[in-house]
Design a protein around this ligand. Sequence first.
Ligand code: FES
Length: 163
Amino acid sequence: MPMLIDTVDDPDARAACAHHSNHPDALIEVLHWLQASAGHISDAAIATIADALNLSRAEVLGVVSFYHDFRRQPGARHTFKLCRAEACQAAGAEAVAAAIEDQLEALSTTDHPPEFELKSVYCLGNCALGPAAMLDERPLGRLTAERALAALTRLDSRTGGKE
Ligand code: FES
């Protein structure tokens, strides 16, 4: 098995590439698999993927940085994706965002990665149920500030999920 000599070889990235026969067209699939399993795409993974798929590191990094779902650092345990597009804004998404931001600031600690993060997205395809959001993989609709905060509290490991 070839190994990189100028950086740390990422065995998971190498295995993911091998699973796709080291074909360059499998770059997105490899990145999605790594993102799901490791939570981020490390420097070592980028170098390993470039080597295995016979791409330049710049090509791999370009794809990683283009798509918002790929992270370069470990992310929060839970992600609250709040839709801030027009239909959800009209239904009150900004009030929900303000309440979540206040709550996350109140909960902020030096934990790294943090427990929660708020990400703005622009249309989840659930406009009729706006304000809409995704809390990890769970869709939420007709959000109010109170319902959003209750959903966060249920997932907060520091409170044991008690509201
Ligand atoms: S505008 Fe928010 S889900 Fe479409």
